[in-house]
Design a binder for this molecule. Sequence first.
Ligand code: FAS
Ligand code: PHB
Length: 394
Amino acid sequence: MRTQVAIVGAGPSGLLLGQLLHKAGIDAVIVERQSAEYVLGRIRAGVLEQVTIDLLDEAGVGARMHKEGLVHGGFDMLFKGERHRIDMNRLTGGKNVMVYGQTEVTRDLMDARQAAGLTTVYEAVNVQVHDFDTRNPRVTYEKDGKTNEIQCDFIAGCDGFHGVCRASAPRSAIREYEKVYPFGWLGLLSDTPPVHEELIYANSERGFALCSMRSQTRSRYYLQVPLTDKVEDWSDEAFWQELRLRLDPDARNQLVTGPSIEKSIAPLRSFVTEPLRFGRMFLAGDAGHIVPPTGAKGLNLAATDVKYLFNGLVEYYKEKSEAGVDRYSELALKRIWRAERFSWWFTSLMHRFPENGEIGQKLQEAELDYLIHSEAGSRSVAENYVGLPLDFGL
Ligand code: FAS
Ligand code: PHB
């Protein structure tokens, strides 16, 4: 098989890139190792920045998002038993975020790809990338016992943190920066009404908690838990009990509990690969970087990587210029590091670090107290949370 861009991975990054390329008349094939059902079954991000909303509109898949998504102009920070609202809309001159689950984004992109009759190979086995240091890169995979080959001009490594693309980059050409946090997030999804109309980020002496949602009838909650915890250690009742202990009295009274429809523990890490380009292979999304989910940046960073890479590929095919693809890594990494910084800072501020002793909690509370009473401090939180403009500081 021959195509212009071979995309490895049918998560949000791969599907969004495929959709943007299709609309620009550039041919792409996606190879995914899991089934479509498996990809849709992963419960992940929930908050979209305006830049991501605009990109989904550009890709022609924004209709359901605008119909079903929830526009949020602020969120609450809870500490010392009291809630304080960060008015993002006022502090950023009118910007908001959209609450719309990654599962729905993925579903919308999958539906659009299928409707356009585009090629996505699911359940591909032993996917490998070859000759990306030449002008004739290839992707091979096994399917139904047969080995297949895709000849292409470029490979887009959209295969996430555990993918094959970054792992195939020459060790001598790659630098990896990593920080692993000493705790995880226990997430619970339930068909219960959200505890509040906006998100609540809680810093409590028992640990971090987050009250989020997917709709007016479906809630998403997270608890900071030790890395040694297993999801089977946590009954639904134990989860709800612990969440109550980390909330303020009003939220505790408002909380509607119910059976979990999904429960999982995600590790937290900050991770960046430099560069994001190896000859004719590019890394985008989680394949190139990971952020702790505190700042709701993971999915949004993936979207802006894809935008930069898409712009470069359009320049290559339409204007016969390699300037865009040559700049991709540098451009994407500028934005990535800013999101890594905010996600690390917000994680450090809101989570319990026993190794920092009692003074650690007091220092966090002092910083939170400063932030909510400082116009400049609150604005800094707000402008990072809604997402920096694509051309910020370029
Ligand atoms: P993905 O990992 O989503 O997709 C990569 C795809 O490549 C997968 O479908 C995988 O099956 C496929 N693949 C892997 N290896 C392959 C191979 N060898 N061959 C072919 N295909 C291969 N972000 C937030 O903003 N908020 C959150 O709350 C949040 N929670 C998260 C929880 C978890 C457990 C994880 C892992 C991530 C979370 N994220 C969150 C981040 C998440 O949303 C990612 O940023 C987002 O999925 C990135 O999308 P992709 O880059 O497409 O990577
Ligand atoms: C979610 O709804 O899954 C979510 C929201 C905000 C975050 C992380 C996760 O910071």
